[in-house]
Design a protein around this ligand. Sequence first.
Ligand code: MF3
Ligand code: CO
Length: 254
Amino acid sequence: MISIRSEREIQAMRKAGRITAQARALAGSMVAPGVTTHEIDTAVRRFIESHGAKPSFLGYAGYPGSACISVNDEVIHGIPGGRKLVEGDIVSIDVGAYIGGFHGDCAATYACGGISPQAQKLIDVTQQSFWRGIRMARKGCRISDIGHEIQKYVEENGFSVVRDYVGHGVGAKLHEPPEIRNYGPAGHGPRLVPGMTLAVEPMVNAGGWQVRVLPDGWTVKTLDGSLAAHYENTILITEGDPEILTVTEDGAYV
Ligand code: MF3
Ligand code: CO
């Protein structure tokens, strides 16, 4: 069952989304040579807690961080630690915040200093694929229309879409139905209805789509060692254009 949020619940989700987007922006602003992923994680936790919210990921299925920080060929779920970022790294940061009974969930990939043109293209295509996909996040469209658009755009640009992990409904729980694939044929799955809140999150590899999980049980890497990028926002289905809930007060989406 896909939840339809009331106006009061949507207001609460806007608040959770704003804090989550601000935490993402803070984390992204810290990406620089010499900074450890642990330092970024600590700043994210402090920021979220100082706003009266809880980091959604901390303790989720035993996850030890407040942010997932995935560098270069790490796709998602990288565990923060002592790794020092170096110039040329691309750094995917995924954050969630829970307040007033609702979660926000968002991610973006950031450049550490100067990066290769290929890495910059990967980041840009991944972000753009999200915006392409949510052109279909409209009343009456089907869930699979979103992923179909994402896959088309990503593959036109010579990259591939991860199959093993998907977007999801988000709200009172971090992961709710429906599953939102970033690939596959259009015209399948439930029809979108105003009041649905969804986390749309393309994960894009520069090489093949296959991934593997490291022995730490969390970190997902590309199988072929190619670079990966991630971009995610929590969105609201409306009577018209989708509303991005994970946006800062200044209107920033990264
Ligand atoms: N943002 C991730 C997602 O969208 C959640 C991270 S998994 C966690 O599914 F365990 F770290 F929370
Ligand atoms: Co998510």
